[in-house]
Design a binder for this molecule. Sequence first.
Ligand code: KG4
Ligand code: ZN
Length: 350
Amino acid sequence: MSICAPLNRPDLLLAIESSCDETAAAVVDRNLQIRSNVVRSQDDLHRQFGGVVPEVASRAHVERIIPAIDEALCAAGVGFDDLSAIAVTSRPGLVGSLLVGLTAAKTLALALEIPFVDVNHVEAHLFACQMSTKRDVFPAVGLVVSGGHTLLFDCRSAVDFEMLGSTIDDAAGEAFDKGAKLLGLEYPGGPAIERAAASGNPQAVRFPRPLLDGPQLDFSFSGLKTSLLYEIQGTSEGRRELPALNPSRVADLAASYQEAIVDVLVAKCRKALDRTGRQTLLVGGGVAANRRLRERLGELARDQSVDVVVAPPQLCTDNAAMAAMAWELLERGDQASLDLDAMPGPIRKR
Ligand code: KG4
Ligand code: ZN
């Protein structure tokens, strides 16, 4: 069943995001002005486990989703009756987490008799680039670097993507998170490694740059994490306690590890630009908040004379505002049906 209500109210979209461990709600108008953007992080709940625990995440979403929506409406100074559509992330992600947002969105759409649109979270990470510039950034090559995904796309438009490459094992954010754990740093690992790396030497250890040779646009990060483990505890057989590292060694390892990840990401972007002939590169997802990556992407823009648009830091990590790509879908008449199910699991080329 779908709700085909006309868009005859003020042009305000309520967007809901709950695909992983952030409960988020935002109000965005048709000109992509963000009226409010509420993110209730669950980092404090997952930190003790060193990563996201799906069952803990979905229970926390249940507790936080209504307060997050209330806060988003209140901060925007609007009520339910001012809304013209509801957008929600339906894929990819953790099934229990997705279902919480999806149920809230369907319920509101049904009660308010307004259209309901479902959004692909990975594509929304790239739409965050469009939101920051307010000009048309498509067509472009798009790199999504998050906790669950490392994907390269040829983006023909905001809603027409062809996948060029994906990770064949760990995602870039996962490499940061797992690396941080080995270094005794807290979750989430990306910001922790970035902080530790600030006083380290990126040339201290030459970590491998996997799948860099040849034309392929796939990524592999799991070997990098193993190299870090060997660097910390040596290569002898058997599981051992990780030795305590002094802060300057942690800083050097963090800086060298971060440099290896950034090198690979930037090199693959360069290849994808060469292959497609696109003049614009879009970069989104949590890892895109990394300052060293942003610096190196700036260099790429200058060297290749291409336009590089990296999502602003507050729209890199998970948020609901980027689900405003729903406006593009609505324009094409893409309303979702109320029997839509969550589509969990990561997106991979194979
Ligand atoms: O996009 P995101 O918030 O959630 C997913 O869709 O997965 O990305 C989360 C990932 C985590 O792995 C986190 O460690 C990483 O983004 N991250 C960073 C930084 N901030 C977040 N990685 C490197 N540097 C950062 N500053
Ligand atoms: Zn994400």
